[in-house]
Design a protein around this ligand. Structure first.
Ligand code: BGP
Length: 476
């Protein structure tokens, strides 16, 4: 996309459409806790916590989440009291199914109870099927590198659709399907900490098949009347508008094409046209990365077209041509990071703050994928809790969070006004939650979770501001 929006003009847009929805996003593995209760199996976060607790900030593993399973009624009431109308969580595969791939009755009962409580609180629950939480026994059988696991996911999706098909209106197959391959298989950050570009693309390809198989099953069950007729299915990805220097070389532009191609266009083409971007696949092949394709796969991918899209937006990507064509292990390198001198950085998280990226993404969708409706499925600011200022009453005074969300909403309002079909906004981490290897290092919440007081919830100063915006649709 074209770089930037126009912040001057942005300052004059203050209102979001009347039917625009506000909500909050979370995930099962980051909130539920009760990691080995009620027949729940281990997922990779539990296994990694058990094997190497030191890998997690302050040695806080996955075990407790933010105690949501005990506090869900309170949390739902809190969301409703702030004027939110929708929220997202994920079903944990490791809680819903048993080792032999049948429904775990205790797990199913919990999700039925949760969806009923959500309904009673007046909130529409968006349900995602997979949020980086591979069951460990399936990882031991090859994880996303195995076709058997792709089939196992399709089976899991089918059982979830059948179990909750008359309760859930909004389904999603995956959250951020490029991030898991990158973090686990490419960048060596998450267990099992591999660094292999080619393997990561194989994983990405298998997730694409798994997504498409789930969508196919969803359509069949919906036709057969086993899923409510007004239900929709979508995909959620972290879209990173990809920029390079102002005076790019051909090689810089090539880096943009491939980085944006793998992260953004791959999923956008799949969910709108049922195929992967041919230029990206061809370049990968030319560079020696062959996807694990089989005859018949094209027909499967063709079924991956969704009803709408979730866009998680935290920061843009800024890339330039790589210094070397391969890394020290001989694996392909497509780009180096480009340090934009004007970048504003959230020092806690190390991520760039660039609200204009949301405007650019909105227009990119409008211009390149006409007919595709979308919503902001995550956006948020994680701040080191030690940095938080408290006012005289001991409440966290987080003006920076208000500023962050306001700036992003203003850019979003501009994109909508210019014709981008964005239907709503979910803030990530309304209530502080557990965040992967960073555990509780970065706090996103409008509501504080006190780890020293049994996960007690306390609204931060910003919560009242959010409530006003959610209820009036005016970006104050
Ligand atoms: C997204 C994930 C979320 C959440 C968020 C914040 O990538 O979908 O699960 O964690 O990022 O990132 P982090 O928790 O690493 O700061």
């Amino acid at each position: 996309p074209k770089q930037g929006g126009d912040p001057e003009a942005a300052a004059h847009r203050y209102v979001l459409p009347e039917d625009f929805f506000f909500g909050a996003a979370m995930s099962g593995p980051q909130t539920e806790g009760a990691w080995c209760v009620g027949g729940k199996l281990e997922n990779l976060w539990d296994t990694w916590s058990n094997e190497d607790l030191g890998a997690f900030y302050n040695r806080v593993g996955s075990y407790a989440g933010n105690d949501f399973m005990a506090r869900y009624r309170e949390d739902l009431a809190l969301m409703a009291s702030l004027g939110l109308t929708t929220w997202r969580t994920s079903i944990q595969w490791s809680r819903l199914l048993t080792l032999d791939g049948s429904i775990n009755p205790e797990g199913a009962a919990w999700y039925h109870e949760l969806f009923r409580a959500s309904h009673e609180a007046g909130l529409e629950c968006f349900v995602n099927l997979y949020h980086f939480d591979m069951p460990t026994y399936l990882f031991r059988r090859g994880g996303w590198e195995s076709r058997e696991v792709v089939e196992a996911y399709a089976h899991y999706a089918e059982l979830a659709f059948r179990e909750f098909g008359d309760e859930v209106l909004h389904w999603f197959t995956f959250n951020e399907p490029t991030v898991e391959p990158e973090m686990r298989y490419q960048e060596g950050v998450w267990y099992p900490k591999l660094r292999d570009f080619g393997r990561a693309r194989g994983v990405q390809y298998h997730i694409s098949l798994a997504h498409s198989l789930a969508v196919r099953t969803f359509r069949r069950l919906q036709q057969a009347g086993e899923i409510r007729s007004d239900a929709k299915i979508g995909l959620i990805n972290a879209f990173n508008p990809t920029y390079t220097k102002d005076d790019p070389s051909e090689a810089d532009l090539e880096a943009v094409r491939m980085v944006g191609g793998i992260n953004n266009r791959w999923w956008l083409d799949l969910v709108t046209a049922g195929k992967l971007p041919a230029d990206v696949v061809k370049t990968l092949e030319d560079r020696g990365v062959c996807l694990p394709t089989r005859p018949g796969d094209e027909e499967i991918l063709a079924e991956g077209v969704v009803d709408w899209l979730g866009c998680n937006y935290y920061q843009p990507r800024r890339v330039q041509a790589p210094q070397a064509a391969t890394d020290e292990r001989g694996h392909l390198r497509l780009s180096d990071d480009y340090h934009w001198p004007q970048a504003r950085i959230n020092k806690s998280r190390g991520w760039e703050i660039y609200p204009e990226g949301l405007y650019d993404f909105g227009l990119y969708i409008r211009d390149n994928y006409p007919g595709l409706t979308w919503f902001v499925s995550e956006n948020g600011m994680g701040v080191m809790h030690e940095e938080s200022n408290r006012d005289a009453e001991g409440v966290i005074a987080d003006s920076y969070r208000i500023e962050f969300v306001r700036d992003h909403l203003v850019c979003l309002a501009r994109a909508i006004e210019e014709g981008s079909p964005c239907l709503g906004y979910h803030y990530w981490g309304l209530i502080d939650n557990w965040s992967w290897a960073n555990a509780y290092k970065n706090r996103y919440g409008f509501v504080e979770v006190d780890l020293g007081a049994s996960y007690e919830r306390r609204p931060k100063r910003s919560a009242a501001w959010l409530a006003e915006v959610a209820q009036t649709h005016r970006i104050v």
